[in-house]
Design a protein around this ligand. Sequence first.
Ligand code: CAA
Length: 261
Amino acid sequence: MEYILYEKEAWVGIITLNRPKALNALNSGVLEELSQVLDQAKRDEVRCLILTGAGEKAFAAGADISEMRLLSREEGERFGKKGNQVFWKVETFPAPVIAAVNGFALGGGCELAMCCDIRIASENAVFGQPEVGLGITPGFGGTQRLARLVGPGMAKQLIFTGKNIKAEEALRIGLINSVCPQGELMEEAGRLARSIVRNAPIAVRNSKEAINEGLDTDLRSGLGIEERLFGACFETEDQRYGMDFFLDKNKDKQREMFKNR
Ligand code: CAA
């Protein structure tokens, strides 16, 4: 692939946007390859994905402005649809996705981080939706996901002003989960991924689905979704052995089993 690196260690996949000279800006090629690599990671049955950017400066500095400059109205809508389709694959990926945000996460870059399940950032990370300064709205889900993550008031302030915020402020408003020094970011992401993959994979996957689907509906329907996915865990080996080993007070065997599943 020209723009994406992919590696897999044990049950953890790492996808790196690899266009550092353009601060990993998202052109059609990056989007297409990201879509393909997500399919590959799904086939590999990874139990956690880490998504990051190459270089020291950027996670992704947004959709590619030079590619968008001369788009017609229809082409603009199609470009937004393409971004939304690929980001939807991230959102619904059948295992947790961690964004390791190692620098600028602007426009489409911030939107990409927001469709991940967990966001951790380095101290030099910068977040923002600067699109209105370019004469457009956020187009890869920013108007929807930012408002859901930080509330409509803060989302509107960030989008209407187009102002960037630093990692500490992003942490304060709940846009990200944690901040660490840049040199420790990937180790931190790896630690978090390992602490996820040592648990029962079907249970983790069903939890993600229950949270995501539940957030799209009212509480009563959400509880119905949880009941279905809770029920679907029963009769699995994970549930049978997981509970047997717990009752036998054999924690090591429990962990070992999930690791080797
Ligand atoms: N699209 C295309 N190229 C980009 C880019 C983008 N979004 N962001 C950076 N680049 C390119 C620059 O053009 C430059 O290329 P050259 O070396 O060929 O000139 C290279 O990356 C390095 O960038 P800078 O020289 O600008 O680096 P800097 O350190 O001075 O500034 C920055 C960094 C503040 C992130 C600045 O690059 C910047 O403001 N980038 C644009 C951010 C932005 O507006 N993003 C939103 C895009 S619109 C969008 O994403 C729509 C949507 O929702 C789908």
